[in-house]
Write a protein that binds this ligand. Sequence first.
Ligand code: SIN
Length: 187
Amino acid sequence: MTFDTRGHNGRMTHFDQHDSFWLFGYGSLIWKADFAYLERKPAWIFDWSRRFWQGSHDHRGTPSAPGRVVTLVSERGARCDGMAYRITPAVLAQLDVREKNGYLRELVPIHFTATSAVEGLIYLATPDNAAFLGEAPLVQMAEQIAKAHGPSGDNSEYLLNLERALHELGVSDQHVSALASLINPAK
Ligand code: SIN
């Protein structure tokens, strides 16, 4: 099942009058920055955990054999590390297309230091979107990721690129590394 969020996201005008603002990426937006940005730096958000619970029917899978990509699930006290990009509002149209299968724009506090936060944007796929797959045993999720391919490439490439990017950021994410080692036992 797919859920095209472009119409909904296009009506979110919060940043339209800003010269620039921060976007926080926690998945492919960390390692595939194929959009214009003014600046980028590592950042984190609180009360969210990264999980491979969102279906990908358009990028890393197909409607009949969806892949799995990350979304965030609410978890009080959790910290999710990623990459923040300072962008102009004009870039959102391109991002809305890229993230159109279930991801909605959402405002969050983005942290760059222990003592300060700025209001920024994430793309969030919530459990009520039609492409949400939810939790499954880790081995089952790894098998699905190992098999899935889509127009943007292998689902396993998405997972391994994310794992590498997090490693380069010095971030340890148990969920991502457990899946990566099931896909690629050499790791
Ligand atoms: C993100 O990277 O922040 C959103 C999920 C994705 O595009 O992989």
